[in-house]
Design a protein around this ligand. Structure first.
Ligand SMILES: Nc1ncnc2c1ncn2[C@@H]1O[C@H](COP(=O)(O)OP(=O)(O)OP(=O)(O)O)[C@@H](O)[C@H]1O
Ligand SMILES: [Mg+2]
Length: 301
C-alpha cells in the first residue's frame, strides 16, 4: 500500500513542475511538496512598499506549456536593493528578465500580468523595448564587454540613445560612469585598450559602468559575482551599496551571505511561486514560511 501511494505521489511530481534534479532529494522534496501543496497558494510577507519604483501584479510566465512563474505580485521599492533567492530552476532569472522584457527574446516564452515602471505598463502596446532596457538595465552573470575599447564600451549606449552630442560630453560620461562603477582609477590610463583585456572583476565593473552610462532607473543583476573571486566580489558588493543611493537594484544571488550583506528586502522563490518576501533581516533571522526556513538553513535546495 505504502509503495503504491509513493508511486502515485511521484507520478504527480512532474505535473507539479518539479525538476528532475529535485528527484535526487526525493524524500526531502516529498515532505516539502506535501506541506507546500497543503498551503494556500500565495505569498507570505509584505509585497507592498510605500514608494514603489516597479509594481508587478499577477505575473505568469510560460515556456511553451511549462509554467515557470506563477501569479507573482511584488513591489520593488525606490532606492532599495532587493535580493531574489531560491533553489536552481525556481524562476529567479525568468522573473528578473520580465522586468525589462528580456524574455521577449525567447520565442516560446509568454509573459502575462502587469508590470509597471512608475506609472508605465512596460508591456503596453506602444512601449519601445530599446529605451526600456536603458531605463531598466541589466548586468549578467558572466561579464560580457563588447569587443571594443574600454572607452567605447561605456560610450556606446549613450551614443545610441542620443545622450551625448560631442567628444567633451562623451569624455565626461565615460569618466563619471567609470568613477561610479569604481573602475576609473584602474583604467584611466588605458581607456583605448580592449575591455576584454581586463580581469573578470574589472570586466564586471565595466559592464556596470556601461549600464549606468545610459542613466537607468533600475539595475537588474543576475548573479553578478558568481564568476568572481572574493576580492572582486567584495568590490561589487560595496559598489551595489553605493549605487543604491541613486538606483533601484534587483539582484539574483545564490549566496545567502551576499543577499544578507547587500539587500534591504529579500524575495524567496520556489518552483515558480514567490513564497515569501520581506525585510532581509527578518527573512534571515525569522522566516515565516517553512520552505524559506529550510532553504536558508541549508536543508533544501
Ligand atoms: N529559455 C528557456 N526555455 C525553456 N525553459 C526555460 C528557459 N529558461 C528557463 N527555463 C525553465 O524555467 C524554469 C526557471 O528557470 P530559471 O532559469 O528562471 O531559474 P533560476 O531560478 O534562475 O535557476 P538558476 O539558479 O539555476 O539560475 C526552469 O524550469 C527552466 O528549465
Ligand atoms: Mg538563473
Amino acid at each position: 500500500m505504502e509503495n503504491i501511494l509513493q508511486q502515485t505521489r511521484y507520478a504527480s511530481l512532474p505535473e507539479a513542475g518539479l525538476q528532475k534534479q529535485d528527484w535526487t532529494h526525493k524524500s526531502v522534496v516529498m515532505e516539502k511538496f506535501e506541506k507546500y501543496d497543503a498551503d494556500q497558494r500565495g505569498t507570505v510577507g509584505e509585497i507592498h512598499v510605500a514608494d514603489p519604483r516597479m509594481t508587478c501584479r499577477n505575473v505568469d510566465v510560460f515556456y511553451g506549456d511549462a509554467h515557470a512563474i506563477k501569479d507573482v505580485s511584488i513591489d520593488i521599492g525606490r532606492n532599495e536593493v532587493i535580493a531574489m533567492i531560491g533553489p536552481s530552476g525556481c524562476g529567479k532569472s525568468t522573473f528578473i528578465r520580465c522586468l525589462n522584457r528580456m524574455n521577449d527574446t525567447i520565442d516560446i516564452c509568454q509573459v502575462t500580468g502587469e508590470i509597471l515602471l512608475d506609472d508605465m505598463n512596460i508591456y503596453g502596446k506602444d512601449v519601445d523595448v530599446v529605451p526600456l532596457r536603458a531605463q531598466v538595465g541589466m548586468v549578467f552573470q558572466k561579464p560580457n564587454p563588447f569587443p571594443k575599447s574600454i572607452y567605447d564600451n561605456v560610450v556606446y549606449g549613450p551614443k545610441i540613445h542620443g545622450l551625448v552630442q560631442n567628444r567633451i560630453e562623451e569624455d565626461e560620461i565615460v569618466e563619471t560612469s567609470l568613477q561610479r562603477a569604481g573602475l576609473w582609477d584602474e583604467v584611466k590610463d588605458r581607456l583605448d585598450q580592449p575591455g576584454t583585456g581586463l580581469s573578470g572583476g574589472q570586466q564586471q565593473r565595466l559592464c556596470i559602468a556601461r549600464t549606468i552610462a545610459v542613466s537607468p532607473e533600475v539595475i537588474l543583476m543576475d548573479e553578478p559575482c558568481s564568476a568572481l573571486d572574493p576580492i572582486a566580489t567584495a568590490k561589487i558588493e560595496e559598489l551595489i551599496d553605493e549605487l543604491r543611493a541613486q538606483y533601484t537594484i534587483v539582484i539574483v544571488t545564490h549566496s545567502m551571505q551576499q543577499a544578507a550583506r547587500v539587500s534591504q528586502r529579500t524575495a524567496y522563490f520556489h518552483l515558480g511561486d514567490l513564497i515569501e518576501v520581506g525585510e532581509t533581516k527578518k527573512i534571515f533571522t525569522n522566516p515565516r514560511h517553512t520552505l524559506t526556513e529550510d532553504y536558508i538553513t541549508g536543508r533544501f535546495g
